[in-house]
Design a protein around this ligand. Structure first.
Ligand SMILES: [Zn+2]
Ligand SMILES: [Zn+2]
Length: 264
C-alpha cells in the first residue's frame, strides 16, 4: 500500500466535446480523508458517459475529463477515517452515493443523498473542490459522476464505493454499478411491482432487460416487452418477459392493442 501520489498509469481522457478518448499517462493523487483509491479491473460504458462526452449542455463541459461510472475494482489504499473498506476489498463504484447521515440518507422515502446524489455536472472532489487526477505537467483532469472509471486507478469518496463478494464474476459485475441496478430498481422500487401484476416495458436495452428481471423477482405474472428490434425478444424471454410487441407490426397505438394468451 502506498499513500503517495503516483504517475505512470493510463487513463482514457476526453479533451473536448466529441473529441477522441486519448490514452494518456496520468498522475493519481492519494486518497484524502474519507476517500479511497481503487484499481479498476473492468469497466463498461453507459449512455450517460456518451452524453458527457458530447457535452450536450454547457454545465457538462468540463474537460479534460475521465468519464466512466460502471466498473469493478480492488481497493488499493484508503484515506484517513475510512474504516469499512481496506486494501484488497473487491468493490463497485456507486455514482449515487450515500453519506449515511444526511436527512435523505436517514429517511426511508428516498436514497438521493444530499451530498453524493447523481450529479453529472459535478467534476471535482467533495473534500476540497479539487481533482485527484492530473497530467505530468500538473494540469488537473476532471472527475465524472462521483466515479471516473476509464482509468487504471481512480479516487472516490468512500460513500460512493460498495464492497462486493470477491467470488462474484468480475467481468459482469460492473453492470451492477448502473444498468442492472437502475432497471431492477425501476421495477422494484419506483414502480413497486406487486405479485401477479402485469408489466409493460418499452425498450429492451440493458435497462429494459434489467427492469424485466426486477418485475420477475417481484412476482409479476405478465411482462410485456416492446421494441422495434425483434432481435431483442429472445434475450427478453431469458430475462422473464412473457409477451412481446413490435410497434412496427401494428397499425394502432401500442396502448390500444390487446396482448393476451400466447402474446405475439
Ligand atoms: Zn449509467
Ligand atoms: Zn447522505
Amino acid at each position: 500500500m502506498f499513500l503517495s501520489g503516483f504517475y505512470g498509469h493510463q487513463a482514457a481522457v476526453v479533451r473536448g466535446p466529441k473529441q477522441p478518448f486519448l490514452m494518456e499517462t496520468i498522475r493519481v493523487d492519494p486518497p484524502k480523508k474519507m476517500e479511497v483509491r481503487i484499481k479498476i479491473l473492468y469497466t463498461s460504458i453507459c449512455h450517460t458517459d456518451l452524453r458527457a462526452w458530447k457535452g450536450e449542455n454547457e454545465a457538462q463541459r468540463a474537460y479534460p475529463r475521465i468519464l466512466g461510472h460502471e466498473a469493478v475494482g480492488l481497493v488499493e489504499s484508503v484515506g484517513e477515517g475510512v474504516t469499512d473498506l481496506k486494501a484488497g476489498d473487491h468493490v463497485i463504484p456507486i455514482f449515487n452515493g450515500e453519506c449515511g447521515h444526511c436527512p435523505y440518507c436517514t429517511t426511508k422515502t428516498t436514497n438521493l443523498c444530499q451530498t453524493y446524489r447523481v450529479n453529472p455536472f459535478k467534476s471535482v472532489m467533495e473534500n476540497d473542490g479539487k481533482c485527484r487526477f492530473s497530467t505530468k505537467d500538473g494540469e488537473p483532469i476532471f472527475h465524472f459522476l462521483n466515479t471516473s472509471t476509464f482509468t487504471e486507478y481512480s479516487v472516490l469518496d468512500s460513500a460512493c464505493v460498495v464492497k462486493i463478494d470477491p467470488n462474484s464474476p468480475l467481468k459482469k459485475t460492473s453492470l451492477l454499478s448502473c444498468g442492472v441496478s437502475t432497471g431492477v430498481g425501476a421495477a422494484w422500487n419506483a414502480a413497486n411491482v406487486q405479485a401477479g401484476s402485469s408489466v409493460a416495458i418499452f425498450g429492451l436495452g440493458a435497462l429494459g432487460l434489467a427492469a424485466s428481471e426486477g418485475a420477475r423477482a417481484r412476482g409479476a405474472s405478465k411482462i410485456i416487452g416492446g421494441d422495434i428490434n425483434p432481435g431483442k425478444f429472445d434475450k427478453g424471454k431469458e430475462m422473464g418477459m412473457t409477451h412481446f410487441v413490435n410497434p412496427k407490426d401494428i397499425s394502432k397505438p401500442v396502448h390500444q392493442i390487446s396482448i393476451g394468451k400466447g402474446g405475439k
